[in-house]
Design a protein around this ligand. Structure first.
Ligand SMILES: Nc1nc2c(c(=O)[nH]1)N[C@H]1C(S)=C(S)[C@@H](COP(=O)(O)OP(=O)(O)OC[C@H]3O[C@@H](n4cnc5c(=O)[nH]c(N)nc54)[C@H](O)[C@@H]3O)O[C@H]1N2
Ligand SMILES: Nc1nc2c(c(=O)[nH]1)N[C@H]1C(S)=C(S)[C@@H](COP(=O)(O)OP(=O)(O)OC[C@H]3O[C@@H](n4cnc5c(=O)[nH]c(N)nc54)[C@H](O)[C@@H]3O)O[C@H]1N2
Ligand SMILES: [Mo]
Length: 762
């Protein structure tokens, strides 16, 4: 049976090409690949013009990732995948009313994500009337009237939910949360709930701030840099430049990952080719191929040997921390056989790397989804905190915590109020600044929003960007929830599955992207964003908008708000006519935004306050940093079971599939593939391209997915990897990380069956 929600590339054996994985990231192939992407999608002239505007002082912030720019930007400060993100937005293809007249929603739902994205930019507001098979155009005015009427007729403000994805600018996000809180709810789930929520929840209670504590400059002073559960060659390519420079200055790089990801094996900077420097840099000095979920055991191992090799900063521990002794004693109580079994790494290797860590004068720990999407995401991040605090590696040059963010403004969105569980002091300041009253109760995060929809408790679901149905776990369960909702609204740039799996009626509001000119009145506006290291700076689009009907996100929010509130203390239309006025309101309503308009006009923006980094102080109740003590997670699974992680390929941006390739891993032509250890395959009597189906198991429930092909890969035994979002239907809705409630997209217990029946599936 064909799946009505998750239609994907047919599992055609012949389409899958398998080559040896690449050892080297970037270099000439990356330059040509980005140029080809640009030229194919944007045309030659537009592509040259666009790419020179990325991350320039007068240009726009790269919509690719949240990695910061160096202070002296060069024309090459974009990367292959940033170029793809830009080209994808600046594409010449268009999804017009004629397109929607031609294709029914059902027909579109049967297409793959790759096909949907390829159709181009949305050009007009569209309306799917209840019971209708096709979207029809609607005016902005009528769209706002419908949405406002639905919101006003709800029994309670909490029957509306407002999602945000992390590309939204500070100005748009701030106005959006002001509108949502004026409606009277804190239902502000965002992509962070599925992303770095565990980092915020891990760092907040231990060091007093839920963000990283390093600058880009710190990479030049580090002795040791750990890269844990992250694939920077694909997802943060510009980070490789920082690692290369650090390496040249003598830093040692430790890569902790079940997979030998390309960028860390060898890296060649595209610019060095221009300088005819043909040597490559081997980035990682050590690769520790942990089992999925094995990082906590590995950290305990490092902690065990830390004092043995002289790694303690006793003065810092005594003066500035709490809980040291209990934490160390507990770590010591684990025996080496237990730590070896759980981590998958032998004592000898843990000791070797542990010695390097203990002798380091300045250590930076970087991490991403390999940790945050584990059931123990919060506690494993707190083990990293334990390790670094032991040596005093915080608030000194070259040392600290570096959760590497995903979406280019996901950190800024949280700073300005996209937070379903904002603390009381934050809400109080917001109430004073906006002159409104805000309910105390926390709102829904992503998973709780899905539960509420499934229970029929949501009337209006509004999404500021993103692709909710494809990004969330348990695709079918989420679809059932969404179909219960009265009205769903998507503010989007590109066509995606969330336009096709909808509430009873649906509206698409097409918006300007980062790359485009945003003119209000007669004046071009800029917006602001915050990168992964807490620097707030400008972003100014330069291209002609994809259609005359597009509106900016701040414009959309303020026009909707003006339909909602007849008597509001916020002058919605006035402030969205000049973004300086929005920034003035932000200054009054947020901590750390004094003289916002002035400071954000500095050449390189400004830094938000960060007590651990700025003054080695910790805003915890005791004023000290906290060591925390956690038991090891239970990693035991049944004999015939495997642990599956869902990861990104080199040619996608989250749910946007640029192409059916995974260049660095040597795979192309098919995305419904399962990376598996060759010995595990031999045990099952399987060869490359074996057809299988996957069943996930959680608390007695099962979820089943057919049409997968096996590929032998260098991955720990009993661990497998599949791509996000194809495998999301297997992620159980209730399998979430403790404390952060993040779906465990990197820890899914599965069984695998040989399955020839998939021809039926096609
Ligand atoms: N080109 C491109 N850039 C992107 C994105 C994109 O899709 N495409 N997405 C953006 C977003 S929103 C985000 S959040 C980031 C994501 O950036 P990453 O976190 O790098 O992305 P993932 O592919 O999810 O990779 C996670 C890595 O964790 C490893 N891993 C899995 N389980 C474990 C484990 O138990 N322990 C350890 N140590 N490692 C593990 C996997 O092998 C993989 O290398 O990238 C951002 N940048
Ligand atoms: N199984 C599994 N699931 C995962 C993950 C995983 O690793 N495994 N990763 C999780 C993570 S880390 C994240 S961050 C989420 C991502 O979840 P989302 O942020 O919801 O998803 P994206 O794919 O980034 O959203 C892409 C869509 O955003 C719209 N868009 C792009 N630019 C703009 C813009 O400037 N404005 C507006 N309004 N819209 C825009 C386009 O229409 C595009 O189709 O997915 C999560 N889901
Ligand atoms: Mo993310």
């Amino acid at each position: 049976m064909r799946d009505d929600v998750r239609a994907d590339t047919p599992p055609d054996q012949r389409s899958l090409k398998i080559k040896k994985p690449k050892k080297m990231a970037a270099g000439i192939p990356a330059v040509t690949s980005s140029m080809l992407h640009g030229i194919k999608k944007m045309g030659l002239v537009r592509s040259a013009k666009t790419l020179t505007m990325v991350n320039q002082q007068n240009g726009f912030d790269c919509p690719g990732c949240a990695w910061p720019d160096p202070e002296h930007r060069t024309h090459f400060e974009f990367c292959e995948n940033g170029a793809k993100a830009v080209a994808d937005e600046a594409t010449k293809s268009r999804v017009t009313p004629a397109f929607f007249a031609k294709h029914s929603v059902q027909e579109l739902a049967e297409q793959s994500d790759y096909w949907l994205n390829k159709q181009g930019r949305l050009t007009h507001p569209m309306h799917l009337v209840e019971g209708s098979s096709h979207y029809a155009p609607i005016s902005w005015e009528s769209a706002f009237e419908i949405i406002a009427a639905e919101i006003k007729s709800m029994e309670h403000p909490d029957r509306s939910v407002f999602y945000t994805s992390g590309r939204t600018s500070n100005e748009a996000a701030f106005l959006y949360q002001a509108m949502v809180r004026s409606i009277g709810t804190n239902n502000l789930p965002d992509c962070s709930n599925m992303c770095h929520e565990s980092s915020g929840k891990g760092l907040g209670p231990t060091i007093g701030i839920g963000k990283g504590t390093v600058h880009l400059e710190d990479f030049n002073h580090a002795d040791v840099i750990m890269v844990i559960g992250q694939n920077p060659g694909t997802n943060h390519p510009r980070m490789l430049t920082a690692l290369r420079d650090a390496k040249k200055k003598g830093a040692k790089i430790i890569h902790i990952n079940p997979l030998p990801e390309a960028g860390l094996e060898r890296f060649k900077h595209p610019q060095d080719y221009m300088k005819l420097d043909f040597s490559t840099t081997k980035l990682a000095d050590y690769h520790l191929p942990v089992r999925i979920g094995g990082d906590a055991a590995l950290m305990k191992g490092f902690i065990k040997v830390h004092s043995e090799y002289g790694g303690l900063d006793q003065d810092f521990i005594d003066k500035s921390t709490e809980g040291f002794r209990t934490m160390v004693e507990q770590a010591q109580s684990y025996t080496w056989p237990v730590l070896e079994l759980d981590s998958g790494i032998e004592e000898e290797h843990i000791r070797e790397v542990g010695k390097v860590l203990a002798r380091s004068k300045a250590t930076i720990a970087c991490w991403a989804m390999g940790l945050t999407q584990q059931p123990n995401g919060v506690s494993v991040i707190q083990e990293i905190v334990n390790l670094l605090l032991m040596g005093g590696h915080v608030g000194r040059p070259g040392a600290g915590f570096c959760p590497v963010r995903g979406h280019s403004n996901v950190q800024g969105d949280r700073t300005v109020g996209i937070w379903e569980a904002a603390p009381p002091e934050f809400i109080k300041k917001m109430e004073e600044g906006l002159n409104i009253s805000i309910p105390e109760e926390h709102g829904y995060d992503v998973v709780n929003a899905i539960h509420a929809m499934r229970k029929g408790e949501v009337d209006v679901f509004f999404c500021m960007g993103g692709n909710f149905i494809s990004a969330t776990p348990d695709t079918h369960a989420t679809a059932e929830g969404i179909r219960n909702v009265g009205l769903t609204v998507q503010v989007s740039t590109k066509l995606n599955r969330s336009h096709l799996v909808t509430g009873k009626q649906a509206i698409i509001l097409p918006c300007l992207g980062r790359t485009e000119l945003d003119i209000q009145g007669d004046t071009p506006q800029f917006v602001t964003v915050e990168n992964s290291m807490g620097i707030v700076h400008q972003s100014r689009g330069g291209l002609q908008p994809a259609s005359k009907e597009l509106r900016s996100e701040p414009w959309i929010v303020s026009h909707l708000a003006s339909h909602l509130f007849t008597d509001s203390p916020i002058k919605w239309l006035e402030i969205s006519g000049n973004y300086d006025y929005i920034r003035d309101l932000m200054e009054r309503s947020l901590f750390g935004f004094d003289n916002y308009n002035e400071r954000v006009r500095n050449e390189n923006g400004f830094l938000l306050p960060n007590p651990p980094r700025d003054s080695r102080t910790f805003s915890t109740p005791s004023g000290k940093a906290h060591f925390t003590t956690h038991p090891l997670p239970n990693l035991a699974v049944g004999e015939d079971r495997y642990i599956m992680m869902t990861i990104r390929s080199h040619d996608q941006y989250n749910t946007t599939i640029y192409d059916v390739h995974d260049r660095y891993r040597g795979l192309s032509g098919n995305r419904r593939i399962v990376l598996m250890n060759a010995l595990d395959m031999v045990e099952r009597g399987w060869k490359n391209r074996q057809h299988i189906s996957i069943t996930s198991h959680f608390e007695g429930e099962t979820r089943h997915s057919t049409g997968w092909l096996v590929v032998a890969y260098e991955i720990p035994r009993k661990n497998i990897a599949t791509y996000f979002p194809e495998a999301n239907s297997l992620v159980p809705l209730n399998s979430t990380a403790a404390v952060s409630n993040t779906p465990t997209s990197k820890w899914i217990e599965v069984s695998l069956e040989s399955d020839k029946s998939l021809f039926e599936w096609r």
